[in-house]
Design a protein around this ligand. Structure first.
Ligand code: CU
Length: 266
């Protein structure tokens, strides 16, 4: 019983280490818990940041766990009266160290991730038209609703929210290796647009327009998920997504436009 607490506190980080190793090495039954391979460059940078933050947290967990287990193990005989815990009122150097080191780490992380953040969230991709550099216009207006996804493609005029928009439900097809901008809106409650392979997630607030963008490699069988609990049918709010060669995309959109489906934008 003397060693119960030190063993208990040792089990937690050990279990965390085992679980993390199983996920990283794709061992059954945790082989599918990791994220799928990213299909765009920022996805790889985000994965690097993800692993970096996890690595730092694992280091802190390991260090604090070792300290706790060691202290408990050392004082296991205190109950027997042979050892007494020392009463330390304060230790300025130690307190400064455990404030400054995590603070500096967090500050460094905040600056270090800024480039990825601005690429993925602040700097909408641009294109050169004539002499001018202009923002790439949205290719698709995405309307989230309980419980499905509507995709209104810019028609021949290359503008969304116009009469020639091409309307498709629960299937998003986009050209590969091109800057694709989406405009996200909600018809009812808060939803969240998530494509795991793009490492792209954006809440969609009713009354607001959100823009997201990506430049992806070809990929099939992707899934768009709603990651905001939006009602009792939330679990079935999913759509398929395909990233295809630009020529394939153009002919696909032409064929869809010829079906002459009405645009249901507001
Ligand atoms: Cu939803």
């Amino acid at each position: 019983m003397n060693r119960f607490w030190s063993i208990l506190f040792a089990i937690v980080p050990l279990a965390a280490f085992v679980v993390l190793s199983m996920v990283c090495l794709k061992l059954v039954p945790l082989s599918t818990m990791g994220l799928p391979q990213p299909i765009n460059a920022p996805g790889q940078s985000i994965d690097f940041l993800f692993r970096l933050v996890h690595g730092l947290c694992a280091g802190v967990l390991f260090f604090t766990s070792i300290t706790i287990v060691w202290s408990l193990w050392q004082s296991r005989s205190a109950a027997g009266g042979t050892r007494r815990a020392a009463y330390i009122k304060s230790n300025l150097l130690l307190e400064l160290a455990w404030t400054a080191i995590p603070g500096a780490l967090l500050l460094w992380l905040a600056f270090y991730q800024m480039e990825v953040w601005s690429d993925t969230r602040l700097n909408q991709p641009t294109q050169i038209i004539g002499q001018e550099t202009v923002a790439v216009p949205p290719l698709v207006l995405v309307k989230a609703r309980q419980y499905g996804w509507e995709f209104h493609y810019a028609g021949a005029d290359q503008q969304i929210k116009t009469a020639d928009d091409v309307y498709i439900e629960n299937l998003l097809v986009v050209p590969a290796n091109r800057d694709v901008v989406l405009e996200l809106e909600s018809r009812d409650v808060i939803h969240s647009f998530f494509v795991p392979e793009l490492r792209l997630k954006q809440d969609i607030v009713p009354g607001m327009s959100h823009r997201v963008w990506f430049n992806a490699n070809p990929a099939d069988q992707l899934e768009i998920l709603c990651t905001e609990l939006c009602g009792e049918g939330h679990y079935r709010m999913r759509a398929r997504m395909r990233v295809v060669a630009p020529a394939t995309f153009d002919s696909w959109l032409d064929a869809e436009a010829r079906k002459n489906q009405p645009a249901e934008f507001q």
